[in-house]
Design a protein around this ligand. Structure first.
Ligand code: MN
Length: 291
């Protein structure tokens, strides 16, 4: 297991210090926040220049929830191993996450492939953050949703189209192979290969790749007997019904800057934060002009 760098206790001690120190970006008043039953975010990629930290800080300062799921690729461990990049705004995000766990938000962290280093802590709780491999979320209207990152399906998503026409036995065998390939990559320290990057490099086929990922994830969720699934990983926010299974993807904070939320009646919505910020500054300008 040479590829998995074990976290040291002083790293964890450093993480817990965020809970007591002050953020460099002051936090806005908690009372002004819109409250949802549940919030899902993923693919933040802290530790990379791609992370849109300012926008995520703004989101966290305007939105609150009873439960929050961090659906993987929150910290980009692979990039940090190559080149250390950690501006104070990235601390400010961790500070806010730990702070809201302390204030009583149930915080569930499901590490993805870029932060798989945290998968070794599955089942543990750090400062009120539960680390899970996947979770079942029950909505206010009684639906059961499987919550997972989604890298579990990379190999099968990329295999040939004819797989879609095979029977369940072949599909199950393919899933086992997929897990084996992922394990092989880990054991031999091979660089993990990014599905979303590959899809984007082949722009012509990107739509097809994304569609295939969505179908496979929904199918797997259906096979497990749940009503729907929430994933991240492909950096493409979506909510649609696939063969009777509700498919949700919370998107990312690199390009799209989106979150998935559940209202108190169980209604689901994708928040596009760039649009929300633009609308807010437009109404601010209008208020100034009227004054
Ligand atoms: Mn991922």
């Amino acid at each position: 297991m040479a590829s998995v760098t074990k976290l040291r206790s002083r790293d964890l001690a450093a993480l817990s210090e965020f809970a007591v120190s002050r953020p460099s970006t002051p936090e806005k008043a908690v009372t002004e926040r819109r409250k949802y039953r549940t919030v899902w975010i993923s693919d933040v990629h802290l530790g990379t220049r791609g992370c849109n930290a300012a926008m995520l800080i703004d989101f966290l300062d305007h939105v609150d929830s009873d439960t929050m799921y961090l659906v993987g690729d929150i910290i980009d461990g692979w990039q940090m191993k190559k080149k250390f990049y950690w501006p104070s705004t990235h601390n400010d995000i961790l500070w806010r996450v730990l702070k809201r766990a302390k204030r009583g938000t149930r915080m569930v962290y499901i590490p993805g492939n870029h932060d798989e280093i945290f998968r070794q802590f599955t089942g543990l709780n750090f400062g009120g953050v539960e680390i899970r491999r996947q979770a079942i979320h029950e909505t206010a209207d009684g639906r059961r949703l499987l919550v997972l990152h989604g890298d579990e399906f990379d190999a099968i998503t990329l295999s040939h189209r004819w797989l879609a026409h095979l029977g369940d036995a072949a599909y199950t065998a393919m899933m086992a192979l997929n897990r084996w390939v992922a394990g092989f990559q880990r054991v031999f320290g091979l660089p993990y290969w990014s599905l979303s990057k590959y899809a984007k490099a082949k722009v012509k086929n990107a739509v097809e790749f994304i569609g295939r990922f969505e179908e496979i994830v929904a199918r797997e969720a259906g096979a497990r007997g749940v009503d729907g699934v929430v994933a991240g990983h492909i950096h493409t926010a979506e909510m649609r019904e696939i063969d009777g299974v509700a498919y949700y993807n919370d998107g990312d904070w690199v390009e799209g800057c989106t979150a998935l939320v559940e209202h108190y009646d169980g209604t689901m919505e994708i928040l596009h934060w760039a649009d929300e910020m633009a609308a807010r500054s437009a109404s601010g300008v209008a208020a100034l002009a009227a004054a």
